[in-house]
Design a protein around this ligand. Sequence first.
Ligand SMILES: Nc1ncnc2c1ncn2[C@@H]1O[C@H](COP(=O)(O)OP(=O)(O)OP(=O)(O)O)[C@@H](O)[C@H]1O
Length: 204
Amino acid sequence: MSGLKKQMWLGLMGKLKKSMDKKLRSRPQMEKRLVITAKLSKIYPKDMEAPAGGVDDMTKLSYLHEPGVLQNLKIRYELNEIYTYTGNILIAINPFQRLPHIYDAHMMQQYKGAPFGELSPHVFAVADVAYRAMINEGKSNSILVSGESGAGKTETTKMLMRYLAYLGGRAVTEGRTVEQQVLESNPVLEAFGNAKTVRNNNSR
Ligand SMILES: Nc1ncnc2c1ncn2[C@@H]1O[C@H](COP(=O)(O)OP(=O)(O)OP(=O)(O)O)[C@@H](O)[C@H]1O
């Protein structure tokens, strides 16, 4: 078991058996015969009030520690909930499979103008709030998309661009909508701006 997994196991799954000096003994609920001993400093409290399906905003967790955050993201990911907020930051987990229902026209319509945090965490909600701030304040705005290679930055950016193009209207020039034209520019930008990496072959 890796160090981090062990921490999560102990902190979130185990039932405390006995305290010995600076070490604790834990009996994980799912493995009756297994008793794990770990240093006190490696044990984290479990949020007993968190719902079984996890929380949609990590600030709702009673204890904000790494194993708790990872456990919450894992629970949501297993339910195909790839987006989770931490305040006004959106965390996206790469689903490595197409989830068309979460990006269709109906979803875009739902997020249009909806107050941030009212609907489930989504990349459209971030785009919507950025767009509205730009309009209301009359100033340019930026959305930072960050992550390691293959994390899903390009896909996320495409969804952001799709949503912004959708908000910007559907004017047609040369037989194609603004949305189509914006998205068609992406492969060209990627081809010149990206290198193929061991984790991602999206540019050659
Ligand atoms: N939201 C998503 N839905 C479905 N598949 C996704 C999603 N995000 C990422 N993927 C899958 O993961 C692959 C890698 O994602 P992407 O190219 O966006 O990563 P990246 O962070 O831009 O990587 P790099 O930094 O190497 O360019 C995509 O080709 C796609 O197959």
